[in-house]
Write a protein that binds this ligand. Structure first.
Ligand SMILES: *[C@@H]1O[C@H](CO)[C@@H](O)[C@H](O)[C@H]1NC(C)=O
Ligand SMILES: *[C@@H]1O[C@H](CO)[C@@H](O)[C@H](O)[C@H]1NC(C)=O
Ligand SMILES: *[C@@H]1O[C@H](CO)[C@@H](O)[C@H](O)[C@H]1NC(C)=O
Length: 277
């Protein structure tokens, strides 16, 4: 089971930011207030100031806490970051990650007085246990649903598209074409496409290498069959050439896997996001 835990912002971070921000605003307000005629005007000015502080405080807290989650064991450090940054606070790291859509996870490491922020471009970015670090990953985009009993979120998109463009379409959402070697995920995706018109084809992850019987999936798992109709394949499949794309073929009586050239125009594709444990 995936256990989601919201990132707990240290209030200290916010206090830090608002003390500085508040002082600056007050510095602006003081000379200004000399020109304000009445006490009532000053009172209103103060009210406005406090309203602004309250509003920005609330908004920042909400935005950042909704964007990132910690896995069950969050004391982890990203091992090969795409980018590293020295930061003043955890909040600064979260904000920097949020601003770049390629950043899907980050870790912060406390090291002799400084704070190192490391960014990852995968949800489940490779990482190592580290007591001085904390790891967070981005919330999954809308439209992805959790497959019960797994940590996979999947989404089917119905759209005419060449197979060769589907991996990029998933990547733009931070996901990969679905790797159907997990039985629970495979069963779940069946529900998604089972009701589509007969004859529809939906791209899933999987490309044949060396020969039609050897397959590689986006998550790095491999599958080797020895003939027709094995694993999830239709009774007459696979029957293509190396480099062909794997797809679900919705046909009677049993929808199943088939292989066709990746340049084929398909009826849609299925993406998957695996979130960290
Ligand atoms: C996002 O981060 C990546 C990796 O560090 C970088 O190549 C890219 O230029 C950044 N994009 C923006 C808009 O800052
Ligand atoms: C997947 O579906 C098959 C056939 O309905 C069933 O036998 C199997 O137990 C299911 N597996 C999982 C993990 O849900
Ligand atoms: C899968 O196959 C590829 C190429 O044949 C190989 O490089 C890779 O190590 C294999 N992966 C696993 C998990 O066996």
């Amino acid at each position: 089971m995936v256990q989601k835990r919201k990132m707990m912002l240290r209030r200290l971070d916010l206090v830090q930011i608002f003390l500085i921000g508040g002082c600056r605003m007050y510095a602006l307000y003081e000379p200004l207030s000399l020109h304000l005629a009445s006490k009532r005007d000053r009172g209103r000015m103060k009210q406005l100031l406090w309203f602004l502080v309250w509003f920005v405080w609330g908004a920042m807290g909400t935005i950042t806490t909704q964007q990132f989650f910690a896995p069950q064991n969050s004391n982890m450090k990203i091992t090969s970051p795409i980018r590293e940054l020295l930061v003043l606070s955890e909040l600064q790291c979260a904000m920097a990650c949020k601003q770049n859509s390629t950043c899907l996870s980050y870790s912060v490491t406390y090291s002799s007085g400084s704070l190192i922020c490391r960014f990852g471009y995968r949800y489940d970015e490779p990482r190592a246990a580290d007591a001085d670090s904390k790891f967070f990953y981005r919330d999954v985009p809308a439209g992805y649903n959790l497959v019960p009993g797994t940590r996979s979120y999947v989404k089917m998109t119905v759209q005419s598209i060449p197979g060769s463009n589907t991996a990029t379409a998933c990547k733009n959402e931070g996901s990969l074409l679905v790797s159907s070697t997990d039985e629970a995920v495979h069963n779940y995706t069946k529900q998604l496409w089972a009701n589509r018109p007969s004859g529809s084809n939906f791209v899933v992850g999987g490309v044949s290498v060396a020969n039609r019987n050897t397959w590689i999936f986006p998550d790095g798992t491999n599958l080797t069959v020895t003939g027709l109709g094995q694993a999830g394949f239709c009774s007459s499949e696979p029957n293509g050439d190396p480099g062909y794309c794997l797809h679900f073929w919705v046909h009677d009586p049993f929808p199943c896997w088939a292989d066709t050239p990746c340049s084929t125009i398909y009826d849609g594709y299925i993406c998957e996001i695996k979130v960290p444990d």
